[in-house]
Design a protein around this ligand. Structure first.
Ligand code: ATP
Ligand code: MG
Length: 412
């Protein structure tokens, strides 16, 4: 591009990460060429965000790099910006959010251009807004959440003026769409090894009070539990991310977790997975903790009832969530006891009859034995399962049919 007479600079996250010594896969470029000129210059391009001036350029290896025409903001309203082309590099850098994200690098001359001293802030591990922090947050309220995320991700402090601006942004965060808020929370769970640092700042700045009221005074011990769950590293591990969200919501009761997830536009699938984990934690977490803290593993009958209530395929996720809470709260539960419980739960869930479909007889058998179809049939199967959870040796055809007969004589 430079050969064709245009300015072309590497910008944004890739420059920042390179200076931090971190790998970054795609290089974003900023250029004086217009989008149409960029499309003429390269053989393989994709108009990924042409209305904002962004063209995707595929390199020799088929990897896409975003090339964006220098822009400056014409108008902002805290949510959307109207941008115009024909700006200079300095104007383009001035509209970026933080000094560490506003460093440009000329890959040919191998020269950095850093008008806002981003390198100094990288050196002292500081997230600082470009220019007047209050004004920059007013232009785009998402920046408040981005600052918190970047700080936690790199273990940086937040410059005091920038923090003040985040706190004064909190009441206005409601202007952001739930989708963008969810995306920030998603990225926090995906990118930050210890999300508690970020999430405590959401709470302390008042961002939760505005955006996720149920978490306005979330406890430190809940946040520590989120840290205890592993990063959902690539290739994407969706269950790991759901577990982190389940930990974050784990003190909510009743339908509050489900409502919170729905308000944030989580998918129906994620809502089911996360809220059913939270519900089971509310039902069993404290009682189990009491027993485990004194080294008591539940009895075989209790383990079967527990696995039946949680569901075979969710037992493993439940114990991982519970372990994160038990290991970080009071009274503490030893990791050895948790491992023993985990093993026992898995064995129980996968080797023993804990679901109606595991019973030695089914609905057809019951109908043949004279149980009329309808709600009574379902209730009968449930009673049989209860009997089998009590003692799995009862799970034979004859014993179960005998039990059905005794239920009937109960009713007579
Ligand atoms: P990541 O590794 O998470 O992608 P990134 O710095 O590349 O980090 P992006 O969200 O991809 O972050 O944005 C690319 C660049 O665009 C940023 O480095 C920043 O310069 C600029 N930018 C992005 N969002 C904003 C915003 N809301 N306000 C101002 N500048 C922004
Ligand atoms: Mg990026």
């Amino acid at each position: 591009m430079q050969e064709a007479g245009y300015e072309a600079w590497c910008v944004g996250g890739a420059v920042r990460d390179a200076l931090l010594g971190l790998a970054h896969l795609d290089w974003d470029l900023a250029t004086s060429a217009t989008p149409a000129e960029v499309r003429r210059l390269f053989r393989r391009t994709v108009p990924v965000g042409i209305e904002f001036g962004t063209i995707g350029v595929l390199d020799r290896n088929g990897r896409m790099h975003e090339v964006t025409t220098f822009r400056h903001d014409v108008r902002t309203d805290g949510r959307h910006a109207v941008v115009a082309f024909g700006a200079s590099l300095d104007e383009d850098l001035a509209r970026r959010d933080f000094t560490i994200n506003a460093i440009a690098y000329d890959p040919i001359a191998r020269r950095l251009h850093d008008p806002f001293n981003g390198q100094a802030d990288l050196a002292q591990s500081l997230v600082r807004a470009v220019g007047d922090a209050e004004a920059r947050m007013r232009e785009d309220r998402l920046r408040a959440l981005r600052a918190i995320r970047f700080a936690a991700r790199f273990d940086f402090a937040i410059d005091q003026g920038t923090w003040q601006a985040i706190v004064s942004s909190a009441p206005f965060l409601t202007r952001l769409s739930p989708e963008r808020v969810k995306q920030e929370l998603d990225k926090t769970m995906e990118q930050v090894r210890r999300p508690s640092v970020a999430l405590a700042r959401w709470r302390d700045a008042g961002a939760f009070a505005s955006l996720v009221p149920a978490l306005a005074s979330v406890s430190d011990s809940v946040l520590r539990a989120v840290d205890a769950l592993p990063l959902p590293v690539l290739p994407a591990r969706p269950l790991r991310k759901s577990l982190r969200f389940a930990a974050l919501l784990s003190d909510l009761v009743g339908k509050e977790a489900e409502r919170t997830l729905r308000d944030l536009r989580f998918s129906n699938h994620d809502i089911t997975v996360i809220s059913s984990l939270v519900e089971r934690w509310a039902r069993h977490g404290d009682a189990l903790r009491g027993a485990l803290a004194v080294g008591q593993i539940p009895s075989a009958v209790e383990l079967r009832r527990l696995s039946a209530d949680i569901g075979r395929l969710r037992v493993s996720a439940f114990v991982r969530l519970a372990a994160a809470r038990w290991c970080t709260g009071e009274p503490p539960v030893s990791a050895t006891v948790v491992r023993a419980l985990y093993r026992q739960c898995i064995l129980t869930a996968f080797r023993e009859p804990i679901e109606v479909s595991d019973l030695a007889i089914d609905g057809d058998d019951l109908r043949r034995a004279g149980v009329p179809p309808g709600p009574l049939l379902g209730r009968t199967l449930q009673r049989l399962l209860d009997a089998v959870l009590e003692d799995p040796r009862r799970n034979s055809r004859d014993t179960l049919l005998g039990l059905v007969a005794s239920f009937e004589s109960d009713r007579d």
